[in-house]
Design a protein around this ligand. Structure first.
Ligand SMILES: NC(=O)c1ccc[n+]([C@@H]2O[C@H](COP(=O)([O-])OP(=O)(O)OC[C@H]3O[C@@H](n4cnc5c(N)ncnc54)[C@H](OP(=O)(O)O)[C@@H]3O)[C@@H](O)[C@H]2O)c1
Length: 325
């Protein structure tokens, strides 16, 4: 199996395993931790790093890239870097400014993929805004009134200016993707959505695939350590007997079996780890194959359970998860 896939219908490829860099929940990310993780990832053979402006960890990625380029281990063009437009920067005047800020942090003059992180615009903030998530008295995100179609046009301008090779979407539902496809002058080549063994997310995956987009699975391991895990919710997925059984028969770890399952579904995966042994483990998934029967068994774990339901945006007019439309 190839370690890269084409990026949408565009010329170019994306490595099927990337490093996730969102390290903490609801606080500023730990950039030093991510610098060490990125160094370990590049040494382990990763050539794809998934970043976002709001993670707060891009400076760490940037330092690691600079060090590895200086050492001669990689060239910039060997790497596939993704970053994302945060919700408080949907004002078309802020879009390119945010991307330039990300490029400064990442110490590069272009990224490979720039995604709209969420369709839910929040109140405008400048790059040094007090909070990444302005909330009202009920703890809900304060919306901004920017039209998705206009945000996309500003994202297209970033590609035209050479600041990103490709552009795409994240957390958009089918009708939102359709609106972009109907109004764009440059089509999105990729979509990033939650996919785990408990959440196959099939409708949006099938839809985006039909539209020629490459799909990336975020939280591919089910975000096992997320602090908002509640009793009654499924998981952690690593305890599932089916996975234990397949893991034992293949001589591969449970995370490796899960990641291989997604890859055989045609997905790109971006597991996050700051632990060097796990970083190595998560990319060591190309020397075995799951049978159709094993794929079916793992698929039976689907509970249609979304770990990232984004409740702070549930009242937003662009909240994407009310239905499958
Ligand atoms: N577009 C979006 O809206 C969106 C939303 C969420 C996430 N993402 C992206 O997707 C990435 C991955 O998602 P995620 O971080 O939420 O969840 P995840 O990758 O499913 O799970 C990460 C957790 O699993 C642990 N882990 C990783 N590999 C392991 C292994 N081999 N064995 C045991 N534990 C392992 C990590 O621990 P250690 O780090 O302690 O090793 C970490 O706590 C993010 O980092 C981010 O880049 C995007």
């Amino acid at each position: 199996m190839s370690k890269t896939v084409p990026i949408g219908n565009a010329s170019g490829i994306i490595p099927v395993v990337g490093l996730g860099t969102w390290t903490v929940f609801g606080q500023q990310g730990n950039s030093d931790e991510v610098e060490r993780a990125t160094l370990a990832a590049i040494d382990a053979g990763y050539r794809h790093i998934d970043c976002a402006w709001n993670y707060g960890t891009q400076p760490g990625v940037g330092k690691a890239l600079e060090a590895k380029i200086k050492e001669g281990v990689i060239k910039r063009e060997d790497m596939f870097l993704t970053t994302k437009l945060w919700d408080t920067h949907h004002n078309p005047c802020l879009v390119i400014e945010e991307l330039r800020d990300s490029l400064r942090q990442l110490k590069t003059d272009y990224v490979d993929l720039f995604l709209i992180h969420w369709p839910t615009a929040l109140k405008d903030q400048d790059m040094s805004g007090e909070t990444i998530c302005p909330l009202d008295e009920n703890g809900k995100g304060i919306p901004a009134d920017h039209k998705l179609e206009d945000v996309w046009k500003a994202v297209e301008e970033c590609q035209k200016a050479g600041l990103t090779k490709h552009i795409g979407l994240s957390n958009f539902n089918k009708s939102q993707v359709t609106r972009i496809l109907n109004s764009c002058s440059i089509r999105p080549v990729a979509s990033q959505v939650e996919v785990s063994p408990y959440f196959s997310n099939r409708p949006i995956l099938d839809f985006c695939k039909e539209k020629g987009m490459t799909l990336t699975a975020y939280a591919p391991l089910g975000a096992p350590n997320r602090p908002w895990h509640e009793s009654g919710q499924p998981g952690p997925v690593f305890d599932e007997p089916i996975l234990k059984e397949i893991s034992a028969s293949k001589g591969k770890s449970i995370p490796q079996v899960i990641l291989r399952f997604h890859i055989q579904r045609g997905l790109v995966v971006i597991p996050k780890s700051i632990t060097p042994s796990r970083i190595k483990e998560n990319i060591d998934v190309f020397d075995f194959q799951l049978s159709e029967e094993e794929m079916t068994k793992i698929a039976s774990l689907d509970r249609n359970f979304r770990a990232f339901a984004e409740p702070i945006a549930s009242n937003h007019r662009e909240y994407p998860f009310n239905d499958d439309s």
